[in-house]
Design a protein around this ligand. Structure first.
Ligand code: AMP
Ligand code: ZN
Length: 144
């Protein structure tokens, strides 16, 4: 997989074609501040290969993205004074993915910051939870 700076805003940032507030870079990952943050310090961790979905990403890039996030997040906390953080990955338009290049959001969190990340939790009825548990296990086994 390669970068696609002609069509993708994150590839453009990685290539330096448009500016990004870079906080970290290595051979597989680029991380920069989100331009419209939920909280200040909100950072995006992006693999240096153009790929829409985390499931399609090469293992080495996926591992690098998560390892980088684990390293960057404590630094974001120290830099902002945050008490915690959310790691968020929107996969697919229906899930809120606006930029079709895989990215992990690091969202620093503060006491009573009023940030709402999806406020509608559901309750399983009857055997629905066990049914779905079995179905997902089956699908995982089928892919192996
Ligand atoms: P998502 O909705 O998960 O695809 O997240 C895309 C994120 O990219 C949003 O939070 C945007 O604010 C952010 N974003 C879009 N364009 C830029 C840019 N040029 N620089 C920094 N962040 C950006
Ligand atoms: Zn891209």
């Amino acid at each position: 997989m390669a970068l696609d700076p002609e069509h993708c805003v994150f590839c453009k940032i990685i290539e330096g074609i448009i500016p990004g507030a870079k906080v970290y870079e290595d051979d597989k990952v680029y991380a920069f501040l989100d331009i419209a943050p939920f909280n200040f310090g909100h950072t995006l961790v992006v693999p240096k290969t153009h790929c829409h979905a985390i499931s399609e990403l090469d293992d080495e890039y996926r591992a690098a993205m998560i390892n980088a996030a684990a390293k960057i997040a404590p630094a974001v906390m120290r830099a902002t004074g945050a008490a915690g953080y959310n790691l968020l990955l929107n996969n697919g338009q229906v899930a809120g993915q606006e930029v079709p290049h895989v990215h992990l959001h690091i969202i620093p969190r503060f006491v009573d910051d009023k940030v709402l990340l999806g406020a509608s939790q559901k309750q399983y009825e009857g055997t629905a939870m066990a049914d779905l548990q079995a179905k997902i296990q089956e699908k995982i086994a089928l892919r192996d």
